[in-house]
Structure formats: structure tokens, C-alpha cells
Design a binder for this molecule. Sequence first.
Ligand SMILES: NC(=O)c1ccc[n+]([C@@H]2O[C@H](COP(=O)([O-])OP(=O)(O)OC[C@H]3O[C@@H](n4cnc5c(N)ncnc54)[C@H](OP(=O)(O)O)[C@@H]3O)[C@@H](O)[C@H]2O)c1
Length: 345
Amino acid sequence: MTRTVEAITKHMGVPPHTNSQTMKAVRIHNYGGPEVLKYEDAPRPQPGKGEVLIRVHATSVNPIDWRVRAGYMKDFLPHSFPLILGWDVSGLVEEVGSNPATAGRFKKGDEVYSLPDHTRNGAYAEYMVVRESEVALKPNALHHIRAAAVPLAALTAWQALFDTAQLQPEQRVLIHGAAGGVGHFAVQLAKWKGAYIIGTASVKNHEMLYELGADELIDYTTQRFEHVARNIDVVLDTIGGETQERSWQVLNKGGTLVSLVQAPSENKAKEHSVRGIRLSAGPNGQELAEIAKIIDAGKLAPVIDRILPLSEARRAHQLSESGHTHGKIVLRVRNGNGTTESTAR
Ligand SMILES: NC(=O)c1ccc[n+]([C@@H]2O[C@H](COP(=O)([O-])OP(=O)(O)OC[C@H]3O[C@@H](n4cnc5c(N)ncnc54)[C@H](OP(=O)(O)O)[C@@H]3O)[C@@H](O)[C@H]2O)c1
């Protein structure tokens, strides 16, 4: 009896080859635990006007990925199923959709990275479509695996510290969760700006954070930060709850508390004569291009907690959900030679 290639590869646990209409992707068909992540064939998307098709080399995991997967975001981000998660991408431009207004910005073969719009399909896939305005050339200093760790977390840090809090040189900034995906970029960007940086992190991450530019670190597991941090101009709150509640008292009058996780109380802000702002970071190709320049100047770099193949997305989600990874978890979609990771789990 003749065995087809498909039958043989299935037997070996290797997914059969995709054709130009299909691709491998990790999708969800309903909300739930990590088990709803399915490594499977999916239709390959086509770029429309003002969009580019990216041949994905790597993506990275952010807490929003498992929050969407679990259904916690369904009232804010109306997604339809099947859905591809992953809102960080680094890869090559495969095709440019026709748009006379932006023609020439990107061409086939450009090495790019992006934080795409969260409401659309993400980058846990061999290909994805992104709006041109959300794309920038990736930093030359980083290969795709490391570049994929940058967009969402670094843009969030940028938009919180610079666009929202208007952080100035010499100002004092308190960064909560300094060792996390957003926090470790915030430490480096605040340093680049010339600010004085106090971070909260457990002691195992202190050495890394001093190397990244932190001036003082507080072990939040043994010390109350409000007993140590004083005269703060900007608080970056990546934690919420009682961490946010205890942060008001450390701020100078006229200071700013920016929270990524919980709307600050207007009454508390008024009581302390400070600003309290909840930020929802968003795509921005121009800011990503600025960030690439800072990376290429050697002033900013991602810290990678670990690199896993796309097929291990479930494990990556479990790790991210633990809330104690440092830096970023990257999902490798293609090997160095451009072939797709093929060990389906
Ligand atoms: N609004 C937005 O646009 C936006 C954008 C990006 C992220 N976010 C949100 O911001 C939060 C942080 O994101 P992320 O990517 O940085 O998360 P992450 O990488 O998962 O953060 C993990 C880090 O948090 C630290 N941590 C946990 N509890 C802490 C505490 N009580 N005090 C100080 N540090 C603590 C851990 O340090 P130890 O190991 O030392 O405990 C770990 O290094 C998430 O909730 C995410 O959803 C929002």
C-alpha cells in the first residue's frame, strides 16, 4: 500500500507541508486555559490597501495574550473565532498591499518589527497582515528573535514615561515591576532620558536591573517601598491594587502616576495634587523607528527570559501567567534558515 507524504509526516508528528493558501498557526476556537491553544493549519492572510504581509520569524508573549485567551478581555476587545494571538512580531515583508499614498515605504524583503492592532489576528503564525503605519524597520543590532521581544513592551514604556508622564532629565521615577517585560524597558528608557530610577523587584533580579541602569532597587517582598522611595515625580504602576494605593504618598505635588493596569482614583489624585492616568498603549510605527535608533546606538536592549518554539505556546502562557518571569518570553516561529518550527504539541 502506498503511504502519502501526509500520512508519513502525520505519523512522525510533523505537520504536513502547507501550500501558499495555508500556513501553520496557533489559534483558539474558544476561551479557556492554555489547552485551547491549537497548533494547526490556517488560511494565509492577504494584505489589503495600506497593509503589509509579514513572513513572521518570531513573536513574543505579553500578559494580554493569556488574558485574551482566558476571555478576560472580551468586553473590551471584541474578537471573533478562530483567533490568532500574539501582538509582537519581527520578520520580513513578503508582500505590500497597494496604496498610492504610502507606496515605497516598505518593500518585499525589508526586515521589520511591529506592535499590531490588538483587535486583529496576531503573530502566532507563519504570516500576518499589519497596517503599514504600525510597522518600522527592525533594529540592525538585533536578529528577529530578540527584535520580537521589543515592540509591545518597549512602546508601552515609551508611551507611559514620555507621551503621558512627560518624564524629564533629573526627575525621579519609581518603576514598579521593574524586572518585567515593560519594567525592564522602562528602566533603560528612563536612564536614556537622564532620570533617577528607583525600581521594585525581588532581589534575584537586582543585579540585572543595576546593569540596565537602575539607581536604587527595593525588594518588594521584604520592604515597603513607601518607606524608602521619596520625592518621586513619576510612578509607573504595572501592578495595581495596594501597590497603586500606597504609591500616592511617595509623589511630589504636581507629579504623575501612570497605571497600565487600573484606572487611578480621581479623588486620590486631587487629594495629593498629582495626576493619575490609566494608559492603554497602542501601535505606533514612528515611535518604533525611534526605539530602533536607540537600540542601534547601544542604549537599549531586550532581556530574554527564554526562547520557545511556537509549538510550545501553551508552556509559554503558563510561564507568563506565573507573573514572575524576567524580561520577555519569545516564541520562535522559524528556524535560522527560515523553515518553520515543526514539532506540534
Ligand atoms: N495598559 C497597557 O497598554 C499595557 C501594556 C503592557 C502591559 N500591560 C500590563 O502591565 C502589566 C505588566 O506587564 P509586563 O509585560 O511587564 O508583565 P510581566 O513581564 O509578566 O511582569 C512580570 C514581573 O512582575 C514582577 N512583579 C510581580 N509582582 C510584583 C510586585 N508586587 N511588585 C513588583 N514587581 C512585581 C515580577 O518580578 P519578581 O519575579 O521579582 O516577582 C516579574 O519580573 C501586566 O498586567 C500587563 O497586562 C498593560
